[in-house]
Design a protein around this ligand. Structure first.
Ligand SMILES: [Zn+2]
Length: 495
C-alpha cells in the first residue's frame, strides 16, 4: 500500500490599503499554528479551513503549519512582515518533507519596502521546498496579481465570488488539481494577462458586470486542455505598480492555449469596462431613496468607509444623513461605528443612562465631523459573535472589542472598539436588535454583507472614505502606466 500524500497547509492574509495612515503592527494579526490553528477555524468557511478540510477529505496526510490574518488596514510594518514570513517559513520547514504545499494568501499585501508580499513569500517557499514540490495558492479575488506570484506557484487560484462564499469549493478544486499533478495526470502551465483597470469593489451577484465575466471564465474552463480560468478584480486602494485587474489561466501543458484564453477574457473585460463603473449616490439621496422603497426592511450600505477595505470605520457621513432625515424612532439601526473612546464613556455611564457623545470622525480627514448628540445606552457587550451559516466567512468568530448600542435621535447605533465591517445580522442580534423588524438597516461594508442579508433590497451610498468606489479620487505615484478610469489615455492591446 502506498503511503498517503503529505500536504502542508498554511496562510498569510492581509489586504493592505496603502492610503490608510500609519503602519499595521504585528499585534493586529491573529496568528496560530498547528492544532491551535485547526481548532480556531474548524468547521468555518475560512480559506485555510477549506484547504485543510479538502485535503483531509481526499485522504491526504495534512501538516497544518502557520496562519496569520488581520482585518484590512495600512501598510504592514517592516519588522512585522519579516516576523510573519519567518513564522510561515519555519512552520513549513518543520513540516518537511512534504509532497505538496497548499497556501491561502490574499494577494494585495504590502509591507514597508515590499510591494508584493505574496511574490516575496512564494519565492521563499519555492526556495525552501525546491522546484519539484507543487505549490497551489488560493487567493482573494481582490489580489493584485504579479508575474512573480504566478511564476513561483504551480496553481494560482483566486476565489470567484464576491462576497467570497466559495472558498470551500475553490479549496477543493485546489486540492484536486494538486493531487492530479502529484499523480502525474497533468502538467500545469499558467499564463496571466494584467489589465490597466482599477476597479471599484463590485459584487459578482447576478446583475453586476463581474457575474458576466465569470460566466465567460466558466465557459473557458470547460474547454479541452484547460484546467482553470479565473480573474482577479484587483485592489485599487493599494498604490503599487501591480495594482489592477488580471486574468489567470492554467492548462495541461499548453502554454499557448493558456495565454490565448487569458487574453480572450482580458480583452472581453477591457471592452466592457464602462459596465464596471460604480453608481455614486450621495448619502442623503440614498437615505431618501431607501425610505421611499415600499414594504419591509431595506439595507443601506456605506462603501467608502468599509473597514473590510482598510478604512477606519468611524466615518459619520451616512449616520449624519440618517439623523437629518429624522426617521420614525425605533425603525432604523446602524452598524458598526468604530469609536473605542465613546464605548468607554458608555460603559462608564451604564445601561439605561444618557450621555452627551462626540461620536466618530476622529480617525482621518475623510471621516466627517464627529456627531455631537445626546445618546442613551441601550446595551453593552463584549463584541464577540460568530458569522452565521450562509454568510461570508460563516463560522468564523469575530471580536470587535467592548461594544455599545446607543440610541441617538431614535436610531440604534452600534459602536465598537476595533474596525470591522458588517457581514450579517449577528452583531445587531448580540445587542438585542432584530434587523428583520427594522425599516432601514444601515451598515459599513462594500459587498460582503450581501451574503448575510440575501433577498433584501439594497441601496449603496458613496460618501468620502479610504475605500471610496470613486477610485479616480485616490492620488497615485506608483502606477507603471495610465489606467482606466483614472485616465482616458489608458490603453490595452494584445501583443
Ligand atoms: Zn476580497
Amino acid at each position: 500500500m502506498t503511503p498517503p500524500v503529505r500536504l502542508a497547509v498554511g496562510g498569510l492574509l492581509h489586504e493592505t490599503n496603502t492610503y490608510a495612515s500609519g503602519l499595521t503592527p504585528l499585534e493586529r494579526f491573529h496568528r496560530a499554528s498547528g492544532d491551535a490553528l485547526e481548532r480556531l477555524l474548524a468547521g468555518s468557511q475560512h480559506p485555510v479551513a477549506g484547504l485543510i478540510a479538502a485535503a483531509r477529505a481526499r485522504g491526504a496526510e495534512v501538516a497544518v503549519t502557520f496562519g496569520a490574518e488581520a482585518t484590512p488596514s495600512a501598510t504592514i510594518a517592516a519588522a512585522a512582515y519579516q516576523e510573519l514570513k519567518r513564522q510561515l517559513l519555519d512552520g513549513l520547514r518543520a513540516a518537511l518533507p512534504v509532497d505538496g504545499v497548499l497556501l491561502a494568501l490574499h494577494g494585495a499585501g504590502v509591507a514597508e519596502g515590499v510591494d508584493d508580499i505574496e511574490g516575496d513569500v512564494l519565492d521563499a517557499v519555492r526556495a525552501l521546498v525546491g522546484p519539484g514540490v507543487p505549490v497551489a495558492v488560493l487567493y482573494d479575488l481582490h489580489g493584485n496579481l504579479s508575474e512573480r506570484m504566478c511564476r513561483a506557484a504551480d496553481f494560482t487560484l483566486p476565489c470567484r465570488l464576491y462576497p467570497h462564499t466559495d472558498y470551500g469549493m475553490r479549496a477543493q478544486e485546489a486540492v484536486d488539481l494538486l493531487l492530479r499533478r502529484l499523480r502525474g495526470e497533468v502538467r500545469p502551465v499558467t499564463a496571466l494577462r494584467r489589465l490597466p483597470l482599477l476597479l471599484a469593489l463590485t459584487s459578482t451577484d447576478p446583475g453586476f458586470a463581474p457575474a458576466r465575466a465569470n460566466a465567460l471564465c466558466a465557459e473557458i474552463a470547460r474547454r479541452p486542455g484547460v484546467l482553470d480560468c479565473a480573474w482577479f478584480h484587483g485592489f485599487a486602494h493599494a498604490d503599487v505598480p501591480t495594482a489592477g485587474a488580471a486574468v489567470v489561466c492554467t492548462t495541461d501543458g499548453d502554454a499557448a492555449l493558456a495565454q490565448r484564453c487569458a487574453d480572450e477574457l482580458a480583452l472581453w473585460i477591457w471592452q466592457r469596462r464602462e459596465d464596471f463603473r460604480p453608481p455614486l449616490l450621495a448619502p442623503a439621496e440614498g437615505v431618501a431613496r431607501a425610505l421611499a422603497l415600499p414594504g419591509g426592511t431595506v439595507v443601506l450600505n456605506e462603501s467608502a468607509d468599509n473597514p473590510g477595505g482598510g478604512a477606519p470605520g468611524d466615518g459619520t457621513h451616512l449616520l449624519r444623513a440618517l439623523i437629518d432625515a429624522a426617521p420614525a424612532p425605533g425603525t432604523c439601526c446602524f452598524g458598526m461605528l468604530n469609536d473605542a473612546e465613546t464605548v468607554q464613556q458608555a460603559i462608564a455611564a451604564g445601561v439605561g443612562r444618557s450621555l452627551r457623545v462626540r461620536l466618530g470622525g476622529r480617525l482621518g480627514p475623510l471621516q466627517g465631523a464627529p456627531i455631537e448628540a445626546e445618546a442613551r445606552v441601550r446595551a453593552l457587550t463584549d463584541g464577540r459573535f460568530t458569522n452565521r451559516a450562509g454568510s461570508m466567512l460563516a463560522g468564523v468568530a469575530f471580536d470587535v472589542g467592548p461594544s455599545a448600542r446607543l440610541e441617538i435621535a431614535g436610531i440604534d447605533v452600534l459602536v465598537i472598539s476595533r474596525p470591522e465591517q458588517v457581514f450579517d445580522p449577528e452583531p445587531f442580534l448580540l445587542h438585542g436588535i432584530d434587523t428583520a423588524r427594522r425599516r432601514l438597516v444601515c451598515l459599513k461594508s462594500s459587498n460582503h454583507f450581501r451574503a448575510g442579508f440575501r433577498g433584501l433590497p439594497i441601496v449603496t451610498v458613496e460618501s468620502a472614505g479610504l475605500s471610496s468606489a470613486d477610485v479616480a479620487t485616490l492620488p497615485r505615484q506608483r502606477l507603471a502606466a495610465p489606467a482606466w478610469p483614472l485616465s482616458d489615455a489608458a490603453e490595452f492591446s494584445l501583443p
